[in-house]
Design a protein around this ligand. Sequence first.
Ligand SMILES: Cc1cc2nc3c(=O)[nH]c(=O)nc-3n(C[C@H](O)[C@H](O)[C@H](O)COP(=O)(O)OP(=O)(O)OC[C@H]3O[C@@H](n4cnc5c(N)ncnc54)[C@H](O)[C@@H]3O)c2cc1C
Ligand code: FES
Length: 288
Amino acid sequence: MSEFTTIVTSDKDATNPYLPEIGIIKKVVKETAGIKSFQVVLKDEEKMKRFKFKPGQVAQLSVFGAGESTFAISSSPTRPEYFQFSVMMTGENTSALHELLEGDEIGVRAPLGNWFDYEMMKGKNIVFVGGGIGVAPLRSLILFMLDNRSDYGDLKVIYGARTPNDLCFSLDLKDWQRREDIDLILTVDTDFPGWEGKVGFVPVVLGEEDPSPKNTIAITCGPPIMIKFVLHELERIGFGDKQVITTLERRMKCGIGICGRCNIGYKYICVDGPVFTMEELKELPNEM
Ligand SMILES: Cc1cc2nc3c(=O)[nH]c(=O)nc-3n(C[C@H](O)[C@H](O)[C@H](O)COP(=O)(O)OP(=O)(O)OC[C@H]3O[C@@H](n4cnc5c(N)ncnc54)[C@H](O)[C@@H]3O)c2cc1C
Ligand code: FES
């Protein structure tokens, strides 16, 4: 279990890790037609000051009366004024979340799970490969690395969505396009009037870019079908299993290794993941 797990809930009731902390939505940002980002603070200011997380960790967010779901934290711990979730509307709970406004309260159980091993990545080049809302946990690590820029080598981001209007985090994308210390490649599935980026699926664009595996870590997150082809492509390019990192999405309930809802073989995605190296994934039964 992560060293940070239940840091919030344990203050409140050490015997009941299911009790959420109360969060207040400070700002809602409409990213795309179906995705909104929520900037959240804990209602208890002392707990907010002590709230710590690492890029890659997730939260269980509850809308009272609707339900609880898992979301990656899409902000960076280097910017601690709030923590952010970027939510794609898919069903009941995410629709209820999309109804919420600034000032509304939500339940927060966080931080949960493991994280990207950014210490191990120091001195290395990093290739981020993201698709759709899967870019949310990558954003946390990208901002973290930009805020600790001298610790890392070249940063390359390959990010794709169906159309230009489906790309999240437009302000960040503009910033990364402008900066010289990060290389951003955007792609969309089909051409669009006025679009100046690439056209093609993310794994194909990754193959065209052909990043050198030398002293490089590749991190990918996105729809399962995209991840599958990206992993094949990285292997073809010459990335070793220890150089490839991905996150797994498995439906969760408790989020703390108790209910057995999220396991693949002997691993619980909620505590052993969601972040895995390719080497670790190859040891798991093929249930994905
Ligand atoms: C580790 C992890 C991190 C996640 N991070 C994010 C994130 O940053 N942003 C985000 O928008 N979503 C994220 N998700 C997915 C999110 O948890 C689901 O979309 C959400 O639980 C759906 O709840 P709902 O009640 O709205 O949908 P439901 O009514 O329960 O389901 C609606 C549809 O969504 C599908 N669905 C539900 N849960 C999942 C899931 N876990 N994975 C894939 N499909 C699912 C269902 O099969 C169904 O087709 C993450 C999931 C996990 C496990
Ligand atoms: S969600 Fe309960 S064990 Fe992982």
